[in-house]
Design a protein around this ligand. Sequence first.
Ligand code: MN
Length: 319
Amino acid sequence: MSNTTSEPAASPSRDGALCPGRPVLARIPTRPAEVGEGLIIHRALPNQQRRMVGAWCFLDHAGPVEFPQGQGLRVGPHPHIGLQTFTWMIEGEVLHRDSLGYEQVVSPGQVNLMTAGNGIAHAEHSIGTGGRLHAAQLWIALPDSMRHMAPAFRNYPDLPRVASGGFCITVLAGTAFGQESPVAVHSPLVGLDLVAQKRAAAAVPADRSFEYAALTLHGEAVIEGESLAPGTLLYLGTGREQIDVRCDDQMELLLIGGVPFEEEIVLWWNFVARNAAEIEAASHDWNSGSSRFGEVAAAPGERLVAPDLAGMRLNVHRR
Ligand code: MN
């Protein structure tokens, strides 16, 4: 998936609220955004109240949606720098193609992880036409020491699963319940998917140094006593030893966390950088067809064009 806003504002991390350094319960509405050709998703990160949760700097919740025959997710070739795209597929199948030559279907229960490093391009399309799609796409900001690395891609077909209190919990990233996800990340963080088929209750062990946030993907959850339906991100702050999660009926919840990201980043369009000049260079390299990003072979969609930089300059330079 991609940030396809036509005039994106830059999202400098220092414009967001600082990590409160204690447990909080802050409800943050997601906002609708369009990706690909007409798919409306819920964007939970970044937002005005909170730019990042640990190194997680972007969170789109797509679907669940039923595409009519002949339609589906279609995002043409576009570039990324300075981040990892982390795609968690719940329903439907999406084909990823990138400028390294990878062609990989991501199926339900799997993660596709693309490490952009210094630059990569990819395209994403639903398999077949029509049918259901339900997925989360997150971006992870790379720390300064890793963000210029060579790009990489990997599909993870098997992730550790544990049962606790009636939940089936998938360890998407990081470590929880003694299980470590194989997904290769470069900052201390965690990502969990909790599914219940009926009433369930569990205490999820937490790391006091991590900040956490929860997003219900389906049904309704109660987190630390706070009811949470899809469309709202619940920010939980730091300093927790456990997180109480309950539900009365079928439910799916995404729980993310990580050590608050110390470096100031600038997120604009599909780029994560440290300043306006880096964004301008990446934008120019992509629009001019530089070899930095390479080409995505056999992608059926149209190559996206990096938008006008005026909004970004305004945003980044006013501080
Ligand atoms: Mn993308």
